[in-house]
Design a binder for this molecule. Sequence first.
Ligand SMILES: CC(C)(COP(=O)(O)OP(=O)(O)OC[C@H]1O[C@@H](n2cnc3c(N)ncnc32)[C@H](O)[C@@H]1O)[C@@H](O)C(=O)NCCC(=O)NCCS
Ligand SMILES: Nc1ncnc2c1ncn2[C@@H]1O[C@H](COP(=O)(O)OP(=O)(O)OP(=O)(O)O)[C@@H](O)[C@H]1O
Length: 209
Amino acid sequence: MSDTTLIIGVTGGIASGKSTVARAFAAHDIPWVDADDVAREVVEPGEPALAGIAARFGTKVLQADGRLDRRALREIVFADEAERRWLESVTHPRIRERLLERLAEFRESPAPYALLVSPLLFESGQHTLVDRVLVVDVPEALQIERTAARDGVDDAQARAIVAAQMPRDTRLARADDVLDNATDEAGLAARVAELDRHYRRLSGLPPAR
Ligand SMILES: CC(C)(COP(=O)(O)OP(=O)(O)OC[C@H]1O[C@@H](n2cnc3c(N)ncnc32)[C@H](O)[C@@H]1O)[C@@H](O)C(=O)NCCC(=O)NCCS
Ligand SMILES: Nc1ncnc2c1ncn2[C@@H]1O[C@H](COP(=O)(O)OP(=O)(O)OP(=O)(O)O)[C@@H](O)[C@H]1O
């Protein structure tokens, strides 16, 4: 058991490549938790957040089987900031609670370091849960292109989501480390290998906290 498992926050805007980066770290046996996955857990059927969402927006945000219709809710909240803030006020405290549990498990694990992967690390205050921040960075045009290709959303919706997130420069200014992901996947893997060596070295040092 190690009491020096560092927690690295991995952030970046939509489709910057955070999940791809996390999978590359997993190849170095590094565990991670993804805030987007936890955000899905807290709106599963039976969860109080889903009941609250249904009460506010009605059955148009539910599928026939009672699960959340994510596309319908996405179209509402990225067109209306007040509704997005409301949704975050319901989901973020529950997401944070579950992240805390997962991070406590990581801290007790023998892993030299672990990742908290989150698109809204700074915006939601989750940066207070981590020891260092790695920003995955791509130019906005590439972000929009990769979002459209992956999610099939149109350009306007991809831009609305980017606009709801921290500006690129502000995020970069708060980074401890940056991974430039405007490269191909081989470039990404090489940079992850370099960062892995860096974080393993840091984890052997007395904790700064
Ligand atoms: C609006 C929802 C239903 C859309 O679901 P959908 O399956 O289409 O997208 P998914 O959840 O995979 O998110 C895709 C990306 O959108 C961006 N995004 C999601 N929520 C937000 C938000 N509140 N503000 C800014 N960007 C966001 C992130 O970059 C995320 O990686 C969903 O994103 C949601 O419940 N968001 C609120 C919870 C939240 O803030 N999640 C972010 C992680 S803390
Ligand atoms: N270096 C790369 N070269 C080419 N394509 C890439 C690269 N990195 C990521 N991608 C692609 O870009 C898309 C977005 O990547 P990924 O899903 O990892 O982003 P993300 O930051 O986790 O997104 P989100 O914030 O929406 O969860 C994916 O389709 C992925 O395959």
